[in-house]
Design a binder for this molecule. Structure first.
Ligand code: GUN
Length: 284
C-alpha cells in the first residue's frame, strides 16, 4: 500500500516558510510583497480560486489586490490594466486567471505582463528560462509537484518519468523540471499509441489529463510514484482525480490524493513566486 503524500501539510509548511521570509524582507528592505489577481467573467471555479488566493496572501502577510471585470471587458481595457500594474511599485506579482473569454487573446495578455512580475511563469521569457535551465519564475502547479516529490525524499536521478498531458500550464513545464533533475522523461498525450505500455514503464507517473480515474492499476508499475493533477467533478458533486486512487494505491509506493494532494500546492507556490519577484526587487 502506497504512502499518501499530504499536500495540505506540505502546502502549509511552504506558506509558513514564505510568511517568515516575507517578514524578514519587510524588516530588512521595507518591502511588502504585493499580488494583483485579475478575473474576467463569472466562471464559478475561477471565482473560488481567486478567493483562495486572497486568503493565502493575507495569511503570509502580502498585499493583495483583486480586479473583477465583466465578461464583456474589451481586450484593450484588460491590456491597459496590465500595463498599469506593470508600472505599479506596490505590485510584484500579476496573475490573470485563465481561461479568458473567447474575444480576448490569452497569448497577447500573457506577453504583455512584465516577465519579472509574471508569477504564473507563463510569459515566453520565463518559459525560455525554464527550457534552457536558468529559470526565474516557474509555473505554480509544476513547481508544486516537484516540492511534493522533494519533500517526500524521492530522488529522480536516472528514473523513468512519464507525463500524461501536454498542457502549457502543467504537462510541458513539469517535463522540463523533471528533466532538470536528471529523470528520463517521456510525454504522452491523446494520440499516444499503447498508453498503458508507456505509463507502465514509469518510476514516476504524472497524470495531468483531465479525465476522471483514467489511470487504472494495470497502467502502473509496482512501486511507482503516482502524482495526480486531475480535478474532475463527478455528477454526484464529488471531486476525483485522473487516477483510480483505490486500485492504484495498492501498487504504488507513493500517491497523491484528490483533493488534498497537488491542489493546495498551486497557491502555496504562487505565494513563493510572489516572494521571489518581490525579493528580486523588480517592483521597486
Ligand atoms: N487556471 C487554471 N490554472 C491556472 C493557473 O495556474 N494560473 C492561471 N492564471 N489560471 C489558471
Amino acid at each position: 500500500m502506497a504512502i499518501i503524500i499530504d499536500g495540505n501539510k506540505i502546502a502549509q509548511d511552504i506558506r509558513n516558510e514564505v510568511r517568515l521570509s516575507a517578514l524578514a524582507l519587510k524588516e530588512q528592505k521595507g518591502v511588502v510583497p504585493g499580488l494583483a489577481v485579475v478575473l474576467v467573467g463569472e466562471d464559478p471555479a475561477s471565482k473560488v480560486y481567486v478567493g483562495r488566493k486572497a486568503k493565502a496572501c493575507e495569511e503570509v502577510g502580502f498585499l493583495s489586490r483583486e480586479y473583477k471585470l465583466a465578461a464583456d471587458t474589451s481586450e484593450e481595457k484588460l491590456l491597459c490594466i496590465i500595463r498599469e500594474l506593470n508600472n505599479d511599485k506596490l505590485i510584484h506579482g500579476i496573475l490573470v486567471q485563465l481561461p479568458l473569454p473567447q474575444h480576448i487573446s490569452t497569448e497577447k495578455i500573457i506577453a504583455t505582463i512584465d516577465p519579472h512580475k509574471d508569477v504564473d511563469g507563463f510569459h515566453p521569457y520565463n518559459v525560455g528560462g525554464l527550457v534552457t535551465g536558468s529559470p526565474f519564475l516557474v509555473p505554480c502547479t509544476p513547481q508544486g509537484i516537484m516540492e511534493l516529490i522533494f519533500r517526500s525524499g524521492i530522488n529522480l536521478s536516472g528514473k523513468e518519468a512519464v507525463v500524461v498531458g501536454r498542457s502549457n500550464i502543467v504537462g510541458k513545464p513539469v517535463a522540463f523540471l523533471l528533466l532538470a533533475q536528471n529523470a528520463t522523461v517521456t510525454m504522452c498525450h491523446s494520440k499516444t499509441k499503447d498508453l498503458a505500455e508507456v505509463t507502465g514503464r514509469a518510476d514516476v507517473l504524472i497524470a495531468a489529463i483531465g479525465k476522471p480515474q483514467m489511470i487504472k492499476a494495470n497502467m502502473v508499475k509496482e512501486g511507482a510514484v503516482v502524482i495526480d493533477v486531475g480535478v474532475n467533478r463527478l455528477e454526484s458533486g464529488k471531486l476525483t482525480g485522473d487516477v483510480a486512487f483505490d486500485e492504484v494505491a495498492v501498487k504504488a509506493s507513493y500517491i497523491t490524493p484528490v483533493p488534498g494532494g497537488v491542489g493546495p500546492m498551486t497557491i502555496a507556490m504562487l505565494m513563493k513566486n510572489t516572494l521571489t519577484a518581490a525579493t528580486a526587487g523588480f517592483g521597486k
